[in-house]
Write a protein of this length. Structure first.
Length: 410
C-alpha cells in the first residue's frame, strides 16, 4: 500500500496516518470474525453448546392417509393421520363448506382418526401439525374426495319437524333398504331431549329403528333428532344420503284408558280425569287388542274396508267419522254412526276398534267422538285393558311401550 503525505502536512505525518489506517482495518477484521480470545471456536471445532443449531428442521414426520389428491375414498376406515418422531398437536379435517369432522387422538399423540363416517361425494381438507422432542413443529396439508355412492338409502321419520305431539310419541325411522350394518346406522342417529333423559334405540326387523325413553315423555320436553346418514354404509355398497335435523315438542300429557269390560274410556290429562266416555269395543269374535297404543294418524272422515285387514267383505264403510289410527293392522278409535246410541257403554259390537257415538258426515262437534277427536293429538296414548284378547305387539304401530325396558335396550 502506498500512502502519500497530505499536501502541506509536516514531514513524518505519512507514517502516522498509515498506522491509523492499519489499526482501523485490524479492528474491523476483529469485529467481523471474532478471535480465539473472545471465546469463538477454532475452525473445524464444535460450538460449546454441543452443536445444536437453532434453525434445524423438525424431526417429526406427519403422514396422512389417503394420499393427497386421492379420489373415490371410502367413507369409513380410510382416513388416518399419524406422526413419527413426534406427537400430533393439531388435526383439522373439514369439507368445502367448513363443516369439521370430529376425531380422537391416541393417548401417546401418535395417531388421529375420525369418530364418525365421512359424507359421500365430498372434498375434504386435512391440516395436521406435529411437534418433535425439541418443540419444533412440522405440518402437512392434503385434500381428498370421497366416493359417490351408486346405491343409496334414506330414513322416513316420524314425527314431523316442528310438530307438537303427545307423550307417547316415539321417534320412528323406516329405511328404504334393509340394513345389515345396524351398529353403524344407529351410531349416525342422535336423539336428545331437554330436559335430558336417557333415550335408547330398538330395531324392529332390519328396516325400522325406534327411539324412546324408559317412560312416557314429560310434557313440554324438547326433542332433537340428528340424522347424519350421509355416507353411512348401511349394507354392502349401499350408502345413506341423508343429513337432517328434526325438532319436535311434547305437548300436554294425555293418556286415555279404555276398559273393554266396563265399556268406558277415561280421559286423563296432566294427571286429572277430564272426561269419561261410553264406548263399544270388539265383539267376542273380533276382540280389541290390550295394551298401550299411540295415535299415529287422524282423519276427520275415512274409508274402512274389511278386506284390507283380513275381514273379507264383512264391511266397507266409506265415511267413518273422527278416526284415529292405533295400529298398523287396522285398530282405530273412531266415531260410529251406524250403531244405536244405546250400544255405547252397554255392548261390544265392533270388529276390534274402539267406537264412540257420532253422526254421519262428522258435522256435529258436540258428539263424544268429535270431542275426543278435537281434544287428541298425534302421539297421545290410548290404553286398552280387560279385553279378551292378547297384548298388541310392540312393532304393530308406534307401540314400543308394550316392550319392557330391559328388553328394549338389549
Amino acid at each position: 500500500m502506498n500512502v502519500r503525505p497530505i499536501s502541506g502536512a509536516p514531514a513524518g505525518a505519512g507514517k502516522g496516518l498509515l498506522a491509523l489506517v492499519l489499526g482501523a482495518l485490524l479492528l474491523l477484521v476483529t469485529a467481523c470474525g471474532g478471535s480465539d480470545s473472545a471465546g469463538g471456536a477454532k475452525g473445524g471445532e464444535k460450538p460449546e453448546d454441543g452443536g445444536k443449531v437453532e434453525n434445524a428442521a423438525s424431526q417429526a414426520v406427519v403422514t396422512i392417509a389417503p394420499k393427497d389428491g386421492a379420489a373415490s375414498v371410502a367413507t369409513s376406515g380410510a382416513l388416518k393421520v399419524t406422526a413419527e418422531k413426534g406427537k400430533l398437536t393439531t388435526v383439522t379435517v373439514a369439507d368445502s363448506k367448513g363443516n369439521k369432522v370430529e376425531g380422537k387422538l391416541t393417548a401417546d399423540g401418535a395417531a388421529w382418526e375420525p369418530v364418525q363416517h365421512l359424507a359421500g361425494g365430498t372434498k375434504y381438507k386435512v391440516h395436521a401439525v406435529a411437534k418433535d422432542a425439541d418443540g419444533r413443529e412440522s405440518a402437512k396439508d392434503t385434500t381428498f374426495t370421497t366416493l359417490v355412492p351408486k346405491n343409496t338409502f334414506i330414513g322416513h321419520y316420524t314425527p314431523e319437524d316442528g310438530s307438537t305431539v303427545g307423550v307417547g310419541m316415539p321417534v320412528s325411522i323406516n329405511f328404504t333398504r334393509g340394513i345389515t350394518n345396524p351398529e353403524a346406522v344407529e351410531r349416525a342417529i342422535k336423539v336428545t331431549a331437554e330436559p335430558s333423559v336417557p333415550i335408547e334405540g330398538h330395531w324392529f326387523g332390519n328396516d325400522r329403528l325406534d327411539f324412546r325413553p324408559e317412560k312416557y315423555w314429560a310434557a313440554g320436553t324438547k326433542v332433537t333428532v340428528r340424522l347424519n346418514l350421509d355416507g353411512v354404509e348401511g349394507r354392502p355398497g349401499v350408502y345413506g344420503k341423508q343429513a337432517k335435523t328434526v325438532r319436535f315438542t311434547i305437548g300436554r300429557g294425555q293418556v286415555s284408558t279404555v276398559d273393554a269390560s266396563e265399556k268406558t274410556m277415561k280421559v286423563v290429562r296432566d294427571g286429572k280425569l277430564i272426561k269419561t266416555i261410553p264406548i263399544t269395543a270388539g265383539a267376542p269374535a273380533t276382540t280389541t287388542y290390550n295394551g298401550q297404543m299411540v295415535i299415529s294418524e287422524k282423519y276427520k272422515v275415512t274409508r274402512m274396508n274389511g278386506a284390507t285387514v283380513g275381514f273379507g267383505g264383512e264391511y266397507d264403510i266409506k265415511d267413518v267419522p273422527h278416526a284415529m289410527r292405533l295400529s298398523t293392522s287396522g285398530t282405530f278409535v273412531h266415531g260410529n254412526y251406524w250403531a244405536s246410541s244405546g250400544t255405547f257403554g252397554s255392548a261390544n259390537v265392533s270388529h276390534g276398534c274402539v267406537g264412540l257415538r257420532d253422526v254421519r258426515g262428522a258435522y256435529d262437534g258436540s258428539t263424544p267422538a268429535a270431542w275426543f277427536y278435537n281434544n287428541s293429538i298425534i302421539g297421545d296414548v290410548v290404553v286398552v285393558k280387560n279385553s279378551k284378547d292378547k297384548q298388541i305387539q310392540p312393532e304393530n304401530g308406534l307401540n314400543g311401550w308394550n316392550m319392557p325396558w330391559s328388553e328394549w335396550i338389549k
